[in-house]
Design a protein around this ligand. Structure first.
Ligand SMILES: Nc1nc2c(ncn2[C@@H]2O[C@H](COP(=O)(O)OP(=O)(O)O)[C@@H](O)[C@H]2O)c(=O)[nH]1
Ligand SMILES: [Mg+2]
Length: 246
């Protein structure tokens, strides 16, 4: 990117990963640590409710007006991957309403292991797994695990209770990610919170340098929705139509 392309808009940071791994908690943690020094806003993607937005508002880490839900209907992946318009509009509205905004955090409404953000929507993305999901999940791979800008292995405090070797899980994460960063995180571990904060600040510095290139972790694998719909994003370049079939 040439020097003249130094961005003036907010950085958009995506947080994806299976339900329950701690995406909302992680966003709350980032807000708690950075809202004094930076202007932040949050977009949540819920299928039918505004559960995540309500959770974050209740956490009291940000002015509730800065947290907005996008309701995505039956396929939450589409709104972060194939047609990102509603998310982009929500992010741009927040930026306009609370200008200047430094970072808009976007929580995915993912319901499986394979959802990733389009680089047309986010500049950087975190993929979140948790220790309670089992030590094997990292080895199963997938575009988010392998190629998101950061892999967070959350709830490291639970390792001893679920018989998971956390250090090994992190090591295996590094192996499948070919040197991309992996961070073991727990809300009970202040050092891990500081490391997460530093990663966000480093990402913001890189974004503002004008040399940052948003990376596409790759298309999500075909998956089956609860209603039996088979959903293939095999060619899901930004804006590309994807296939739904029963
Ligand atoms: N033990 C433990 N639980 C956590 C941690 N972070 C989140 N949780 C819990 O995990 C559950 C799911 O978290 P949530 O942020 O709603 O997950 P999301 O569905 O990915 O947004 C909640 O009950 C959280 O309290 C952590 O670091 N340690
Ligand atoms: Mg959530």
């Amino acid at each position: 990117m040439p020097e003249s392309a130094v961005p003036t808009r907010a950085m958009r940071l995506g947080v994806a990963g299976p339900v329950g791994t701690g995406k909302s908690s992680l966003i709350a943690m980032i807000c708690r640590q950075l809202s004094d020094s930076l202007s932040l806003a949050v977009v949540t993607n819920d299928i039918y409710t505004d559960e995540d937005a309500r959770f974050l508002k209740a956490a009291g880490v940000l002015d509730p007006e800065r947290i907005r839900p996008v309701e995505t209907g039956a396929c939450p992946h589409t709104a972060i991957r194939d047609d990102v318009t509603v998310n982009l509009l929500a992010a741009e509205d927040l930026e306009a309403d609370f200008a200047p905004v430094d970072i808009v955090l976007i929580e995915s409404g993912g319901d499986n292991l394979t959802a990733t953000f389009s680089p047309a929507l986010v500049d950087v993305q975190i993929f979140v797994l948790d220790v309670a999901g089992g030590g094997d999940v990292v080895r199963k791979g997938g575009p988010g695990i392998a190629r998101a800008d950061l892999l967070v292995i959350n709830k490291t405090d639970l390792g001893p209770f679920v018989d998971v070797d956390v250090d090994r899980m992190i090591r295996e994460g590094r192996e499948v990610r070919a040197g991309r960063p992996v961070l073991g995180v727990s809300r009970t571990d202040p050092e891990s919170m500081t490391a997460l904060k530093q990663w966000v600040l480093d990402s913001l510095a890189s974004f503002r340098s004008g040399h940052h290139v948003a990376v596409d972790p790759g298309p999500m694998a075909p998956h089956v929705h609860a209603d039996g719909t088979v959903h293939s994003h095999a060619d899901s370049a930004p804006g590309h139509a994807h296939v739904h079939q029963h």
